[in-house]
Design a protein around this ligand. Structure first.
Ligand code: URA
Length: 249
């Protein structure tokens, strides 16, 4: 019956495989088949008896796209499988059945905001240097930091022969008895151990590091080891490239 039929892009979006716009793109780029035939026409109607597949895989067999924000605790590795059999961030998402991957990496001893998803397209986009996704860190460092010390980080410092992009950096606190300082630093690059190396370069070795924010996603309501699914609107903003933090502290 015709009333049971739905627009193809709606069916794909409802299966959780893409946003409505993403589904349209899948169709127009020839990745969608209906009853074994490629369909590139938007608005094609399909019913319950039509076989819809994307990249050759029937939509009912494809995994729903899921997005989680984890407050990574210390002592877990940011990978899906660790050769040394250490705990991984993926082990922490105990009630997630989909095979998700971390977007980028936090060191074993770094805590904080880490995104995990099975949406490879979005993950690649977010990790692309051109996208300049801001990551805000709070670092506890050795020594009483001075403005003169942190100033070079605002211009960029050379690490492994390459200058870092200008960072936003400020001293937020000193602990005179313990001889330590708290530094906030925001970068958009994602080089290995970047924050630790940048701070070490200006004579402020990192004792503890937390990522407080990834794009606009912060740790409010999440204790270390806890995670939550992203809200529909948050996923939408990430897909649209709208990474700004609206709740600026
Ligand atoms: N920079 C670091 O040095 N370590 C991290 O885990 C993240 C950024």
């Amino acid at each position: 019956m015709d009333e049971e039929k739905e627009r193809l892009q709606k069916v794909i979006a409802q299966a959780g495989l893409a946003s409505r716009r993403g589904a349209e793109e899948l169709i127009t780029t020839g990745r969608v088949e209906v009853n074994q035939e490629i369909v590139r026409t938007l608005g094609t109607k399909v019913g319950p008896h039509d076989h819809v597949s994307v990249d050759g895989v029937p939509i009912e067999e494809r995994e729903k796209l899921v997005y989680y924000l984890l407050n990574k605790p210390r002592g877990v590795v940011t990978t899906n499988h660790d050769e040394k059999n250490r705990h991984t961030v993926v082990d922490l998402l105990s009630d997630v059945s989909q095979r998700v991957y971390p977007v980028g990496r936090l060191d074993y001893d770094t805590t904080g905001a880490l995104l995990l998803t099975n949406d490879g397209t979005l993950a690649n986009e977010l990790m692309h240097p051109k996208k300049r996704v801001n990551k805000a860190y709070l670092a506890k460092v050795k020594g009483l930091a001075t403005e003169e010390q942190i100033q070079p980080l605002r211009q960029g410092v050379v690490i492994d022969g390459r200058k870092t992009a200008p960072a936003k950096v400020a001293i937020s606190r000193w602990d005179h008895t313990k001889n330590t300082s708290m530094i906030t630093i925001t970068i958009h690059e994602g080089r290995n151990h970047q924050v630790k190396e940048m701070l070490a370069k200006v004579g402020l070795p990192v004792i503890k590091l937390t990522r407080q924010r990834y794009a606009f996603l912060d740790l409010v309501g999440l204790q270390p080891g806890e995670y939550r699914a992203l809200k529909h609107d948050e996923v939408k903003r990430l897909k649209e490239g709208n990474y700004r933090n609206l709740r600026r502290k």
